[in-house]
Design a protein. Structure first.
Length: 100
């Protein structure tokens, strides 16, 4: 968890905890299994170039049984829609996967 997100959770009164509650409710409402949801989230983060959360979600997906190849495929899902911008996520995702 990066410092900015930690500050958002701890320093914004009810906003941070309300956000976490919404995220949990959203996850519980999903029809996707946890591993698939993590892979989808990695795809979204890669497509919108938000690299800060990648390590956390890659490790979570790995703990849920995602293979290295599935992680790579998740990153590349957005390739047809957003182009080569997704490959900027490969270094972070593979480093995160290989570390643990």
């Amino acid at each position: 968890m990066n410092q900015s997100f930690k500050q958002f959770i701890t320093e914004t009164g009810d906003s941070g905890p309300a956000y976490i509650e919404m995220v949990k409710k959203h996850a519980n409402a999903s029809s996707l299994d946890q591993k698939t949801a993590e892979l989808a989230y990695i795809s979204v983060l890669s497509a919108v170039r938000i690299h800060d959360g990648l390590a956390f979600h890659v490790q979570s997906a790995k703990k849920l049984g995602a293979t290295r190849e599935e992680i790579i495929s998740a990153v590349l899902v957005g390739l047809p829609a957003v182009g080569l911008t997704v490959v900027a996520s490969l270094e972070e995702t593979l480093r995160s996967y290989d570390e643990a």
